[in-house]
Design a protein around this ligand. Structure first.
Ligand SMILES: Cc1cc2nc3c(=O)[nH]c(=O)nc-3n(C[C@H](O)[C@H](O)[C@H](O)COP(=O)(O)OP(=O)(O)OC[C@H]3O[C@@H](n4cnc5c(N)ncnc54)[C@H](O)[C@@H]3O)c2cc1C
Length: 371
């Protein structure tokens, strides 16, 4: 099968790129290796749409997405992506935490982000459910959160309405060059898909697939875990995080709280299917209750896990490849690709059409790891 652009990977990055390309009248085929669109990190994530705490190389993407795309995304996709922009509180309880938050804040202010340090009392004015354990916080009023499931499915459905073709259960095992250009993607069942550009957005699997045309991106899979509580009456809409990075989360439109977790044992997860450990949820709940004692009696109803594609320098590779012309890489999102996905989808569609990108992407080039 042929199309102008072949996209490998049906996560939010592949779906957002497909949507933007189809909107411009470009023919697209998206190949998803599993039975379900969004089966990777895209529908398993914590929904954070935050600028604060980001690497400066990634900040322009998220600032662009928050200014220009997220506020209208529900209308654009005709799907409620449950976007809330009521700010991000990153909480601290010690002098060491304060130093971490000050460092992150200073770095972001230099990139013109509206983020500032506040006291524990000022944080409690913003969120009265916070305990006295909070002694400092960083506050970014333009951060927020959204629903990863409806956002991913929203892009998928909108792309299909515009003519993009999706094929699931089609695992790509090899890319091939013809006359020096990468233009074919070959599936495990032997099907060949040909296009003048191939966007590789297959999460960690992108590493193996890119290696078939001699390109290596240093990344590794790392497990991330999330929990969801029963639904309760609305309490607050801010996105939360901590200086210790032990949990982050928010309350959803449905009333449940979704918290992402980090207990420090993630690098030791067993390879294969992503499975929640018995440790992360209870460890994170202790942290959550310390800051939010009023959540103490709310029941945790489910937890799940997902792999992130952790890049060696913790920011993604979003880049055409000089020595493998035709190939465009979109991988290594390192656990924060959801918030930036609307901007990444736009930039990828511009790269695939050889247009100038709305943002300068040279900091996220594939060859930055060269000596
Ligand atoms: C638990 C968790 C919490 C997170 N929290 C946040 C957050 O709060 N905020 C944020 O911004 N980000 C967060 N992230 C990260 C975010 O989810 C990812 O960065 C983002 O979803 C990346 O999207 P993607 O489309 O590149 O990857 P994926 O969603 O992983 O999509 C890749 C797709 O490629 C498919 N694929 C793999 N191999 C092949 C193959 N050989 N052939 C064809 N298809 C293939 C996979 O099945 C998958 O569907 C979190 C991630 C996890 C796991």
């Amino acid at each position: 099968m042929n199309a102008d652009v072949i996209i490998v990977g049906g996560g939010i990055i592949g779906c957002a790129a497909a949507y933007n390309l189809a909107k411009d009248g470009v023919s697209v085929i998206v190949l998803e290796g599993s039975a379900n669109i969004g089966n990777g990190g895209s529908v398993r994530n914590g929904g954070g749409v935050r600028q604060s705490g980001r690497d400066p190389r990634e900040l322009p993407l998220i600032m662009y997405a928050i200014k220009n795309i997220w506020p209208n995304l529900s209308d654009l996709l005709d799907t409620n992506v449950e976007y809330h922009q009521q700010g991000n509180l990153r909480l601290g309880h010690s002098e060491k935490n304060k130093q971490i938050l000050e460092g992150l804040t200073e770095r972001a202010v230099k990139c013109d982000l509206d983020v500032r340090m506040i006291t524990g009392d000022e944080a409690r004015e913003i969120n009265p459910y916070l305990s006295d354990a909070v002694t400092c916080a960083s506050w970014c009023p333009t951060d927020g959160h959204a629903n990863p499931l409806t956002a991913t499915m929203g892009y998928y459905k909108a792309a299909r309405r515009l003519g993009a073709h999706f094929i699931s259960d089609e695992k790509i095992v090899e890319l091939r060059k013809i006359k020096g250009r990468v233009c074919q993607a070959v599936s495990a069942s032997g099907n060949i898909y040909e296009g003048s550009k191939i966007i590789l957005a297959a999460g960690y699997e992108s590493r193996y697939i890119a290696s078939t045309v001699g390109v290596d991106i240093p990344m590794q899979p790392v497990l991330l875990e999330t929990l969801v509580t029963e639904a309760v009456s609305p309490m607050f809409w801010q996105m939360l995080g901590t200086a210790d990075a032990d949990f982050y989360g928010h309350q959803t439109d449905h009333g449940s709280f979704v918290f992402g977790l980090n207990c420090g044992l993630e690098p030791y997860a067993k390879p294969g299917k992503p499975v929640s450990s018995s440790i992360a949820s209870s460890a994170a709940c202790r942290g959550i209750m310390r800051y939010f004692p009023s959540l103490e009696d709310i029941k945790v109803i489910r937890c799940w896990a997902g792999w992130m594609d952790s890049c060696a320098d913790h920011v993604p590779v979003i880049s055409p490849v000089e020595e493998a012309k035709g190939l465009i890489l979109a991988c290594g999102f390192s656990g924060h690709g959801f918030g930036i996905s609307p901007a990444v989808g736009l930039v990828l569609s511009q790269m695939a059409q050889d247009k100038e990108t709305v943002l300068d992407m040279h900091e996220l080039r594939y060859d930055r790891f060269r000596p």
